[in-house]
Design a protein around this ligand. Structure first.
Ligand code: PLP
Length: 465
């Protein structure tokens, strides 16, 4: 399997190359040259398989020959086991009523869906670096959950040092502590004076500085890394296998900010899973919903909301979608992204908008509505949703009334946003046992201005313990 850049200029890479590179050198994102697809019989045959077995079927074609079959199987079995995910189903489905379901993606080590991809990515890093005796510097930006999931995935690994930026004072206490209480020589937490978009821009600038990038062996763990998208495709298939695909169609509502999780659903659909609609569920940082409504992808101001992991106004992965909407014309995507960089907005062609609307619905849900949904679901079905999941539940209402199962992705455990949940419905979610001492653990992090040079010298020189 070969991977090409959405901007058409960077060199073609194999799976190992894209896993270790992240962002393409022309500023684009890597996508598979051809998305593999399954026949109906192949999808039917997934019924009754374990999560790890379905993961193997879905992931193998993307990995190609870069990992031998036995090692890939072993890594998948280790990742998607009850040692890592504290639920025997790994990604359990909870039925809310006759038609509606919740897919719980928060039983991993950091209680959010990002563990699904990052626990696997950490093992890929080990596998590829051990073979080459290479050192990697992971640099990432987090609005909350990516950071802790990446840190858990990399902690203690021999050839990897991780620098994780978070916007100072803009992540929840649980989220911050899940990162800053990991005291390991290869983990550096940095609070940036700025927003998540500032953090992400700093990371992008470091990646676009090619000499710096080579000097320190920079690697991304943000959802721009193809391997993350790939790992997330799996749970759409496990859900399909459980709920009767391909003989029934499904629709998913996906709380999203960076267009990562929902883009994985789009790939599952490309691979043959009969998905009728994917719903883009956003908070009031609604660039994606506005794009679908108006056809214009235009930057807005970032607002702090009850669902901080989606407080994003530039959705990196949307470029991958644009690439397909532009009939995979890299030069056209490059022109569009240059225009976006210059003007802060671009307008989709009417064909592109029409295609997007066939696949996606969208809804923006503000904080008031989010609180109302949390309360309603506790009262009507006894289900306690975190604010991100609640946005998904609300957006599920945009789906057509039919018998296709409607599934909302539950992206975080309610305890991660415990005070918001308690304020909304009066129920205080509890920390799971393995985390009950989180607020007693020691924290360590550095604070830095929003300044590329300062960040680069920190990464170059390392941090003395
Ligand atoms: C990261 C995150 C999201 C958004 O994920 P995208 O990759 O931006 O789609 C939603 N909910 C939670 C809890 C998250 O951590």
């Amino acid at each position: 399997m070969k991977y090409i850049s959405t901007r058409g200029e960077a060199e073609t890479l194999d799976f190992e190359g894209v896993t270790l590179t992240g962002l393409a050198r022309d500023g684009g994102l890597y996508v598979p040259e051809m998305v593999p697809s399954f026949s109906h019989d192949e999808i039917r045959a997934m019924a009754g398989n374990t999560y790890a077995e379905i993961a193997y079927r879905v992931i193998k074609p993307f990995v190609g020959t870069t990992i031998d079959n036995a090692s890939l199987k072993r890594m998948l079995e280790e990742t998607y086991s009850t040692d890592t995910f504290r639920h025997p189903a790994v990604a359990p489905l909870v039925q809310l009523n006759e038609r509606d379901w919740v897919l719980e993606l928060f039983h991993g080590p950091t209680l959010a869906f990002k563990d699904f991809a990052l626990q696997l990515l950490g093992r890929f890093f080990d596998h590829f670096t051990a073979r080459k005796e290479r050192k990697l510097t992971i640099l990432g930006a987090t609005s909350g959950d990516t950071g802790s999931a990446a840190i858990e995935a990399c902690r203690g690994r021999d050839n990897v040092t991780i620098y994780m930026l978070h916007p100072k004072g803009r992540v929840s206490d649980v989220q911050r502590r899940q990162m800053t209480t990991v005291i390991e020589p290869n983990v550096v937490n940095i609070a940036i004076d700025g927003t998540f978009d500032d953090c992400q821009a700093l990371v992008k600038e470091c990646f676009n500085d090619l000499s710096f990038r080579d000097e320190v062996g920079l690697t991304a763990v943000n959802s721009i890394n193809w391997a993350r998208v790939m790992a997330q495709v799996v749970y759409y298939f496990t859900t399909g296998a459980a709920l009767g695909a391909p003989d029934r169609t499904l629709s998913f509502s996906v709380p999203t900010g960076n267009f990562g999780d929902i883009y994985a659903g789009y790939i599952a659909r490309q691979m043959g899973l009969p998905i009728e609609k994917l719903v883009i569920a956003t908070n009031s940082n609604d660039i994606l919903a506005r794009t679908l409504q108006t056809g214009t992808y235009g930057r807005g101001d970032v607002h702090a909301t009850l669902s901080p992991s989606m407080d994003i106004q530039v959705s990196s992965n949307f470029e991958r979608m644009m690439f397909d909407l532009a009939s995979r014309d890299g030069a056209a995507v490059k022109r569009s992204m240059d225009a976006f960089g210059r003007d802060g907005s671009i307008t989709l062609t009417s064909e592109a908008l029409e295609t997007a609307r066939q696949i996606f619905n969208a809804l923006q849900v503000d904080d008031e509505a989010t609180k109302h949904v949390i309360k309603t679901y506790v009262d009507t079905c006894g289900y306690l949703a975190d604010p991100h999941t609640a946005i998904g539940l609300k957006a599920m209402e945009t789906l057509p009334e039919n018998n296709a199962p409607h599934i909302t992705l539950a992206t975080a455990h309610p305890v991660k946003f415990g005070s918001a949940v308690e304020a909304a419905c009066g129920v205080k979610p509890k920390l799971p046992e393995h985390m009950s001492d989180l607020f007693d653990r020691k924290e360590a992090y550095l604070t830095l201005a929003n300044d590329k040079a300062a960040l680069q010298s920190l990464v170059r020189d390392g941090v003395s313990p």
